[in-house]
Design a protein around this ligand. Sequence first.
Ligand SMILES: Nc1nc2c(ncn2[C@@H]2O[C@H](COP(=O)(O)OP(=O)(O)OP(=O)(O)O)[C@@H](O)[C@H]2O)c(=O)[nH]1
Ligand SMILES: [Mg+2]
Length: 293
Amino acid sequence: MKSGFVSIIGRPNVGKSTLLNTILGRKIAITSNKPQTTRNTIQGVYNDDECQIVFVDTPGIHKPRNILGKHLNKQAYFSLEDVDAVLFLVDVTESLGKGDMFVIDKLKTINKPVILILNKVDKISKEKILPKIEQYMDLFNFTEVIPLSALNNDNVSCLLDVLKKYLSDSVKYYDDEQITNVSKEFIITEFVREKVFNLTDQEVPHSVVCVIESIEERDDLMDIYVNIIVDRENLKKIIIGRNGKMIKEIGTRARKDIENFFNKKVYLNLFVKTIKDWRDKESYLSEFGLKTE
Ligand SMILES: Nc1nc2c(ncn2[C@@H]2O[C@H](COP(=O)(O)OP(=O)(O)OP(=O)(O)O)[C@@H](O)[C@H]2O)c(=O)[nH]1
Ligand SMILES: [Mg+2]
């Protein structure tokens, strides 16, 4: 039995969380077509007969323009410590640019095997992949290069095989049935936040924080109350939608994910509040790496 930690890093929106979910065969990390979806590092545990690999999904690394940006990068950088290997994910449909250089500069400061993952190969023709690999290899000495499609689960098993040779330990960090380190509360609020990301426009989701009010559990039933906190009154209106249509859709979709995850029947009650009406300003601000004065 071999075991180890592997960090998944890269620019925002390249498919890091999608890859984690595909590897685990279960959805634990939220995904969206908007950058900066992931705000916290999340560990996902992969087990097979030969190994246990703890994957660390991270917020996308980018040139920070504000305190939230710095906060997200810091978490991603932190994940580079104490891991056996690093997966550097790139979106093969995007051209290599300043954003990649920003991450590669960081990779140069760590002394770890880094595997280049060219993700989203389902979106381009095969002949275009090789020149991409050459471009990246000119910039950094990646120990391996693996093209794959996280979304279509294409070539992901090859990545798992390759990773086995990098595992340095032989202890199990997690019990077989435990698939993540994050709490029940975190998973629930993330599923709600994901629906806000997926159903609203660009400006809305980035100021959203979801907080559990209460969870009551009886037998195979969960009664859950979640507050959706935003920083402006007009965002509250957008999230509620005309005649409550939007909040209803967010609730229906989030409930399905929560039911699937916990395998229980769920009653999900959502409330939208603005930060000025919210009792716990500190927890809202800390999501963005901010503090109250
Ligand atoms: N076509 C295609 N789309 C993909 C693939 N992998 C991910 N995506 C899409 O890319 C978008 C971003 O995926 P995420 O997994 O949220 O990306 P991320 O790197 O975790 O993003 P951040 O958390 O914001 O840093 C989503 O719309 C995914 O469905 C892939 O292999 N092929
Ligand atoms: Mg993500």
